[in-house]
Design a protein around this ligand. Structure first.
Ligand code: GLU
Length: 396
């Protein structure tokens, strides 16, 4: 008799990644010749800068084809530490012993969740938040506790809101600035208050800083330059977004040495090292500073122009409400009440795909069903056409 698959309790509640699902759907429609405007997944449309690709090719030719240490090659961990120390880090400078390189910031986030949280723990997740935090916390067998952000403050949470949602079981929180999905950027004061609360309560702070370089109005600040001490802080970053290197799969954590050791052990049993060639590509991105800064600045400039163009296009539709996008490359639009649906974001996502051929992600993926996320990591004309169709569908 064929064995029928009954999901184990480990994954019984696991949902498909909505961001990846939308990307796959848009790809499939395009393959059928349907001219979909894809504002779904958040992926820079730029090619990885040439100097990075060349460094990877050189590394491959000179033998970077074998296992490396699980935690990553030392030159890359040194470059990551040096990169972190470019800002005014509180306390002692970051050292390579605090760095673990992984197969993308997604793996780094998961490593951190598994190593710091477990059964009985509650983890505060400010919402809207990136879809995978909920699943990662649950896979760590902890409980995700959503904390709704303030619509009057770009859907950001405050220390008081987190304190109100905490219980004696609270073990930590997820922070993300600039935010996916809203593009909101936390100010230094906002972060300082949250970090002070976490330090006082003895909570782990997992700070996802993958969009740090992509901020338009003020420099997005790292928790490393604000936290009173680093012993409860795990910073997650990677090369995917700032350097247009999504497919290379390189992320990392900066965490206390004991946590780094635990994450290395965990990764050593699950995936081992990130691809050797990709590590050398990331090394070029971080160590060839002048070329890297020039490339990042060019890409951020283009993102800013698109952001401005998208906001300008929406200004023609005064009824459309959205979070002011100060960073990342997303615009988060309110669709509450859309056609009377129970899940307005999901209903809107279906409608705008069928009626306007625009792919976006419903806000339920981020814990807020009254909203939808559109990514403007695409050409300016496509982004403008896409958000115009979104606004037309919403106001029709
Ligand atoms: N992080 C990006 C997004 O939110 C890429 C897809 C994913 O890994 O979720 O669209």
């Amino acid at each position: 008799m064929p064995l029928s698959f009954v999901p184990s309790p480990n994954i019984a509640r696991l949902k498909e990644s909505a961001t990846l699902a939308v990307a796959a759907k848009a790809r499939a429609l395009k393959a059928q010749g349907i001219p979909v405007i894809d504002l779904g997944a958040g992926e820079p449309d730029f090619d990885t800068p040439v100097f990075i690709r060349q460094a990877a090719a050189r590394a491959m030719e000179s033998g970077a084809t074998r296992y490396t240490n699980t935690e990553g090659i030392l030159p890359l961990r040194e470059a990551i530490a040096a990169d972190a120390n470019r800002i005014q880090v509180q306390g002692t400078p970051v050292t390579p012993a605090e760095v673990v390189v992984s197969n993308g910031s997604k793996q780094s986030l998961y490593n951190a969740c598994v190593c710091c949280f477990g059964p009985g723990d509650e983890v505060l997740i400010p919402i809207p938040s990136w879809t995978s935090y909920f699943e990662m916390v649950e896979l760590a067998r902890a409980t995700a506790v959503p904390v709704m952000g303030d619509p009057a403050n770009s859907l950001k949470v405050t220390a008081d809101m987190l304190a109100a949602a905490a219980t004696p079981r609270t073990k930590g929180l997820m922070l993300n600035s600039p935010s996916n999905p809203t593009g909101a950027v936390y100010s230094r004061e906002e972060l300082a208050a949250i970090l002070a609360l976490a330090a006082t309560q003895g909570w782990w702070v997992i700070a996802d800083e993958i969009y740090m370089r992509i901020a338009y109005e003020q420099r997005a600040e790292s928790v490393l330059e604000i936290a009173p001490a680093r012993d409860n802080i795990i910073v997650v970053n990677g090369v995917a977004k700032a350097y247009a290197m999504t497919g290379w799969r390189i992320g990392w954590t900066i965490a206390p040495a004991a946590v780094s050791k635990a994450m290395t052990n965990f990764q050593g049993h699950t995936t081992s090292n990130a691809a050797a060639v990709s590590q050398h590509a990331a090394l070029a991105a971080l160590a060839q500073r002048d070329e890297a800064d020039a490339a990042v600045n060019d890409m951020v400039k283009a993102f800013r122009q698109r952001r401005d163009a998208v906001v300008h296009a929406l200004s023609a539709f005064p009824g459309v409400r959205y979070v002011h996008p100060a960073g990342a490359f997303y615009i988060y639009v309110n669709v509450a009440g859309f056609r009377g649906a129970a899940d307005p974001g999901a209903a809107f996502a279906s409608a705008v795909l069928e009626e306007q051929q625009v792919a976006i992600v419903p806000g339920s993926a981020f814990g807020t069903p009254d909203w939808i996320r559109a990514s403007y990591a695409t050409t300016e004309s496509i982004a403008v056409e896409g958000v115009t169709r979104i606004a037309r569908c919403l106001t029709a």
